[in-house]
Design a protein around this ligand. Structure first.
Ligand code: 4NP
Length: 156
């Protein structure tokens, strides 16, 4: 079982979008039994009190024909670092914040999603940009590259 945790700041826009897109991709590849996938925030929204997915994320997923269950935001904790095999951040600031929670990345588990692509970069936060379509495209590109990398390194 490969355990993947997607992490952003609030866990209502980008990381739930990445979780859902990656879950769909894994399903399309008939690899569901190989993965456990979740998402969390470094802050959580409203003091990590379980806010649902942002309307903009839901709308872009629906427009692209991707079905999903509700997800309630939670803050990442130190135990997540031990439990998950891969901690996938949306931007470099997330990585700094994750390390504030977990300490050093001693097992080299923390990666930035778009670092798996040919064009490494941050995923902009649509909470500020309002551009959920761009977030969707970037996350799709990153998730495809991530799955390809996992397939190769875990020989799936
Ligand atoms: P996310 O976006 O990190 O992609 O979930 C944000 C959501 C909420 C806030 C900031 C970013 N906030 O400040 O409440």
């Amino acid at each position: 079982m490969i355990k993947v945790l997607f992490v952003c700041l609030g866990n209502i826009c980008r990381s739930p979008m990445a979780q859902i897109i990656f879950e769909n991709l894994v399903k399309e590849n008939c690899l569901e039994s190989k993965f456990e996938i979740d998402s969390a925030g470094t802050e959580g929204y409203n003091e990590s009190c379980g806010a649902g997915i942002h309307r903009g994320t839901k709308e872009v997923l629906r427009r692209n024909g991707i079905s999903f269950n509700e997800h309630y935001s939670r803050q990442m904790c130190a135990y997540d670092y031990h439990y998950y095999d891969l901690i996938i951040a949306m931007d470099s600031e997330n990585i700094i914040d994750i390390k504030r929670i977990i300490g050093d990345d001693t097992d080299n588990k923390i990666k930035r999603l778009l670092d798996f692509t040919m064009n490494p970069r941050n995923i902009e936060d649509p909470w500020y940009s309002g551009n959920f379509d761009k977030t969707y495209e970037d996350i799709c590109e990153g998730c495809e590259a991530l799955l390809n990398e996992i397939k190769t390194s875990f020989k799936l």
